[in-house]
Write a protein that binds this ligand. Structure first.
Ligand code: AMP
Ligand code: MG
Length: 411
C-alpha cells in the first residue's frame, strides 16, 4: 500500500490546468489571477497633500517658531477633488485639505495644528522641510510596476489595489466544475421519506459544499444504484465535468463496482488504497485528462480525503502555489493511540489561547460519525511509524475552519 505522501505526489503529477476568463474586478473576490497585472498608472496619480493644512514654500518658513510665527497671505482654499487656480508665490499660502493636489509653487504642507489661521492670513509656527506632508505621484505604485503575479488569490485589499490602478476587468482562472456522484442502494435524497435500511445521501451535500468552499462549481449528478449496468451512464455524465468525485463502492464489498465501471469508461487508475485512516480505500486516476477520485462511502473518510487530496488538486488546477490546507503545531492534551503502519488523521478541537495552542481529539474516530468532523476544528496528522501520540507531545494539525472567529476583541 502506498503512503499519503506517495499518493499526494501521484495526484498532483498530471493534473490539467484550467484556462482563464475575464471578470469584472468587483466580482473577483477569492478568484485566482490567471495573468500578471502591471500598473497602467501611478498611485497616487498626482502630487497631493497628506494633511489638512497650508501649502507653502519651505524657503519662506526658515526660522518660523511658536514665538515668532511667519505670517503668510492665504490666497485660496482647495479641498480634495479641486485644483488651485493660481500658484503659491513668495509670502503666500493656500489652505489645502487631505488629498487635494499641491499647488504649483508650493513644496510643503504645514499641518493646521501648527498654525494660527486667520481669514486671509495664517501664522506658521514651525519650520518645514521641502516635501513635508506631500505625497508624490507613483509613491505607492509606479506605472509599469508588477502589481500581482498569476496564481494570486484575490483578497479585499487586492480588489482595492486593482481598482486604484484603474484595472476594471481581470483574467482569473475559470472555476473547476466538479461532478459529485453518490453510489449506494441505501441512499435517498434529502427531503424524501426513509424506507427500511435507507439513509440520506449526506455525502453529496457535504462534498458539494466542500467543492464550493474550495472555489469550484459543484454539479450533483445524484444517486447511482449499486448495479453495474446502470452505473455507467451516470459516470459517463460525470466525466464531462473538469473533475469527477464519486463516493462509496470502492471497498472490497460485494457491491463495490465503482472501479470496474470507471475502468470500462477508460479510467487509468494510478492508485487504489492508501496507508491512511480514515480513507484507506481511496482510488485515484485519470480518464483522458479528467482527474477522478473514487472516494470511500463513509462520510468522514470521503471528507477527509477531500481535504487531503481534492483540495490540493483543485488548487493546482487553478494555478495556486500554496495548495495544501494550512497546518499549525499544537500541544496534545490527551494521548491518542494509532495504528503503526498508517497515517492517521485524528479529528480534534482546539483549547486555550492561540499563542499556546492545545488540541484534543473529539472522541470517537469511527469513520461513520460525521458529527465528530462537524464539532472539530482540524485534523491531527499522526505519522506512520508510531503507535501513540503522547499527552503533551507537539503535533501537526491541519486547519479546517476558514471562517474561524474569536469571542475576544482584538484590543
Ligand atoms: P461503501 O463505501 O459504499 O461501502 O459505504 C460505506 C458506508 O458509508 C456505508 O455505511 C454507507 O451506507 C455509507 N455511505 C455511502 N455513501 C453514502 C452517502 N452518499 N451518504 C451517506 N452515507 C453513505
Ligand atoms: Mg456502498
Amino acid at each position: 500500500m502506498i503512503s499519503v505522501a506517495e499518493a499526494l505526489a501521484l495526484v498532483l503529477r498530471d493534473l490539467p490546468r484550467l484556462e482563464g476568463e475575464m471578470v469584472p474586478v468587483p466580482r473577483a473576490l477569492n478568484r485566482v489571477l490567471a495573468e500578471e497585472i502591471r500598473s497602467p498608472r501611478e498611485v497616487p496619480p498626482f502630487r497631493n497633500s497628506a494633511m489638512d493644512g497650508f501649502a507653502v514654500r519651505a524657503d519662506d518658513m526658515r526660522g518660523a517658531s511658536a514665538d515668532a510665527p511667519k505670517v503668510l497671505q492665504v490666497v485660496e482654499t482647495i479641498g480634495a477633488g479641486s485644483v488651485a487656480t493660481k500658484p503659491v508665490a513668495a509670502g503666500q499660502a493656500i489652505r489645502i485639505m487631505t488629498g487635494a493636489p499641491v499647488p504649483d509653487g508650493a513644496d510643503a504642507v504645514v499641518r493646521v495644528e501648527d498654525t494660527e489661521p486667520g481669514d486671509d492670513r495664517v501664522g506658521i509656527r514651525v519650520a518645514v522641510e521641502s516635501g513635508a506632508n506631500v505625497r508624490h505621484p507613483g509613491e505607492d505604485i509606479r506605472s509599469g510596476d508588477l502589481v500581482f503575479a498569476p496564481g494570486r488569490v484575490l483578497r479585499p485589499a487586492d480588489i482595492g489595489v486593482l481598482a486604484s490602478v484603474g484595472v476594471s476587468v481581470a483574467r482569473v482562472v475559470r472555476r473547476p466544475r466538479v461532478a459529485v456522484i453518490a453510489t449506494g442502494d441505501e441512499l435517498v435524497e434529502l427531503g424524501q421519506p426513509l424506507g427500511p435500511g435507507q439513509i440520506v445521501n449526506s455525502n453529496a451535500y457535504t462534498l458539494a459544499a466542500a467543492v464550493e468552499e474550495a472555489g469550484g462549481e459543484p454539479v450533483i449528478i445524484g444517486i447511482v444504484s449499486d448495479r453495474p449496468e446502470v452505473m455507467e451512464e451516470s459516470f459517463a455524465r460525470g466525466l464531462r465535468a473538469d473533475v469527477l468525485l464519486s463516493t462509496g463502492g470502492v471497498s472490497v464489498g460485494n457491491f463495490d463496482y465503482v472501479r470496474s465501471t470507471l475502468s470500462n469508461l477508460g479510467y487509468q487508475e494510478s492508485f487504489w488504497k492508501v496507508a491512511q485512516k480514515p480513507g484507506k480505500p481511496l482510488s485515484f486516476g485519470l480518464r483522458g485528462e479528467t482527474p477522478v477520485f473514487g472516494l470511500p462511502g463513509n462520510p468522514v473518510s470521503s471528507l477527509v480525503c477531500f481535504y487531503v487530496y481534492v483540495v490540493p488538486a483543485l488548487r493546482t488546477m487553478m494555478g495556486m502555489t500554496e495548495v495544501h490546507l494550512p497546518a499549525v503545531e499544537a500541544t496534545l492534551v490527551e494521548g491518542v493511540r494509532k495504528a503503526e503502519s498508517f497515517t492517521e488523521f485524528v479529528r480534534c478541537s482546539f483549547e486555550g489561547p492561540r499563542g499556546d495552542m492545545r488540541v484534543r481529539s473529539t472522541g470517537s474516530q469511527s469513520s461513520g460519525v460525521l458529527r465528530s468532523m462537524s464539532v472539530g476544528d482540524g485534523l491531527i496528522v499522526g505519522p506512520p511509524g508510531v503507535t501513540e501520540l503522547a499527552s503533551g507531545a507537539r503535533v501537526r494539525v491541519m486547519m479546517l475552519d476558514p471562517g474561524a472567529g474569536s469571542a475576544d476583541p482584538p484590543a
